[in-house]
Design a protein around this ligand. Sequence first.
Ligand SMILES: [Zn+2]
Length: 453
Amino acid sequence: MTSREAARFFDRFGKVAATAVLAGVACAGCSGGPGTAGPQSAMLRQISENELRDFESGLTAIGIRDAGSAGEVAARDFIATTLGANPGIEITEPPFDYVLWRDGGLDMSLDGPEGGAVPGGSLAFSTATPPEGITAQMVYVGTGTQPEYAMHSRRELEGKIHLVDTSEDANRALQYLNAQVFGAVGFIEMKSWKGEHGEPLVELGAVQPFATIPAVSVDQDTGARLKRNASQRLTIHSTNSTAPAQSVNVIGVLPGRPGEDDYVTVSAHLDSLATSLGAIDDGSGIVGLLEIAKVLASSYDLERSVHFAFFSAEEQNLQGSFQYVIGQNSKDIREHCRLMVEIDVAGIAGGESIIAAEPAEVGQQGLDDMTSIDFTKKTGSPASISDSLDPGSDVLWYIALGVPTYYETKSPFIYYHTPYDTPDRMDFNSLRYEVAVDAQMIADAAGATPRTR
Ligand SMILES: [Zn+2]
């Protein structure tokens, strides 16, 4: 696609703008108003905070589970075993081929009075540099939007290493694309915040797979140092590599009525980054799915099947879900998947709850379900519907197929993709409420009825 088409593509998935706020939204879907003992409250009662904690302990005891590692295999086994303990759930592990990116190490050094070694890390899928490295002056381009680039001349931009601020509203794929388009020889993302106790944060997610220049991330203080010394020369030397690899996704099916082909899918991603335990990203989703499976398998009869999809290689540019959804099952998913709910990054302490859903009625239903369990009062987080969708996770391929989708996350998560994404930073009360809403959405779409004994 052309750069203009690509920019439009990424713009479509730009960041959120709140269009509906929970406070004051009428609860269209619930009969007795907030907090009454409707079906939503019944679901909430069955989602156990203690079980979520137990699952999280079991998962994080494995350690880091990045794609291609022994931890990934152990996490797959943990999920298959825990999921398989539920009566009636059938588990398959469809294999897929993908391109595994490996961090081979990064060295950066700055010239000038504040010169010397520069700490940082390579973003996943950053290209390797030539053996001698890349040496160039830097230029600061704000958050790297097209209007900000328009304020610079070509001479200021071409052949330079572009320093880009992170921002709540910035889309990194688009920032990186702009840097490439405007002649950068290197891309440095500078963190715009620190941890609560001043921890230096270096966020190491993936850049787009069609990378042509090295992409590096640095903490806030290091970014400020580079910005002060932008006229000096920086050398970036990295030896990253890619290699063909194989993995499996873990799929559990809780069957609906015989003869019914339609189903509902709920997904989380089972892999983490190599630099982060991923307690929240996406441990929260993994344990959420395990808990929903337990509740539905033990207490409900289903009209339609529920598919529990644990995708791998998500942190490797969504390759596990791409192969499963687009490569292996696109026709079936397009024809039979009634709703796709994704849980990726839930249970964040504080912040605001944001729903991305399509079509709009799906988001409204989630908001109604939140209202009916007094979500904001019980978690302290206001909730709103965003008018655009987040491309940064596996839900992207379902959106591409036109399947109705529901995705809720809390923002901001300042420790996202850092070594500080650990279980002690989780808010299990919030996680329980978020998972209860997800479970209710799934139960409704699957035509679940409480089992009479
Ligand atoms: Zn994630």
